[in-house]
Design a protein around this ligand. Sequence first.
Ligand code: URA
Length: 430
Amino acid sequence: MNIIQLIEKKGNNFSLTEEELKFLFQEYQEKRMSDYQMSSLLMAIKINGLNEEELFIYTKILLDSGKTITFNDLERRVDKHSTGGVGDKVSLLLAPILAANKINIGKLSGRGLGFTGGTIDKLESIPGFNVDLTLEEFVSNSQEHGISLIGATSEFAPLDKSIYALRDVTGTVGSLELIAASIMSKKLVTNSKYIFIDLKCGSAAFFKTKEEALKAAKLFKKIGLYFGRKIFVMISTMEQPLGNFIGNKLEVWETIDILRNETKNDAFLLTKEIASYIIAEINKVSFEEANMLVDKVIEDQSAFNKFIEWIKIQGGEIEVFLKQKRINTKYIYPIKTSSEGYVSFQEVDKLGYAVVDLGGGRKQLHDKINYNVGIQVLKKTNDYVKKFDEIMLVYSDKELSTKFLNHLKSLIKIEQNKVPFEMVIETIVW
Ligand code: URA
């Protein structure tokens, strides 16, 4: 087989066989195919797509490039992936709510990427929290305590890691097939029977429109079914930050408030809806009954206790965290409205980037994160505000310029009428 002829074949919109795909990716892994040749192939795939068979084969090639993890409690086990958002703390909330309902979760998670925060960075704001567990610890913690989380290292689907890095710099990230195969190859690393995909849609998401998100959801579902998994996809909005805080430590505090039954915001409502679909499916109960099971573990604190158990089992010094000051930055800047009306957010990704600018995320691989900084979101979409009401508070350890603060202000528009808005755009269950 000849690398150049196969690239040309895909470029001319012919499909590649299993043997040809395996050959190409093996040649790449073994460095007999160059980055520029692989980039050309990826562009051909981006332009011409992959048919179903090619999609499944490509996903399997990515998965087979690394280790897999075997759990033995599959009937009550779920895995989750979020396509990334601003203020997205669903993993932190969902895991203890499910574990308190005896549904286990063992998750490979990532760090912040671009404007999106990462679950691992949030958890590492708790002193001592350790994401470098051995695979044995990861499996046994999840099976015995209901929750375990480790970093998605290059042991798992390493080929996806190198191809993703290449896509990132060759304009080939935005292909639905490449995205779906990349994400699913990492979700198939564990043998979890149930997989939930939290698909964000909107200005601060990979998928900008409902149509794109639906197309992607169908691909996730097809891949999952092909590999014998049960898949549930929820498409939810990223036209406003989720919850009331953006920033690592601030989001852990928000999680604690919700789990202690002290806050019931949109982050809770979204998580409750997700958890209910999962519980309804696994417990074989109605959605309404599942709703009550979520409320129960919040009201009787068993979800909060699970959260504490999880943090401690991974070395987190939660007592130290709880004694620390919640707001611990040198400066607090209010962002106020200059007119009266209904709030709507513009380009929410820029709020995520602003938190990175404050030091709450990395601009370079080895940057150290300032866990304390972030933004508190006091008003949400379609809240009515008066002139000079505070909409956000910016927590910073450095003095901020008027230009920076005005930029933040420009991301909030005051409308004369409510804007069309739905938190959950589409739910594609099991
Ligand atoms: N996240 C991934 O892991 N892969 C993609 O291709 C896109 C987002």
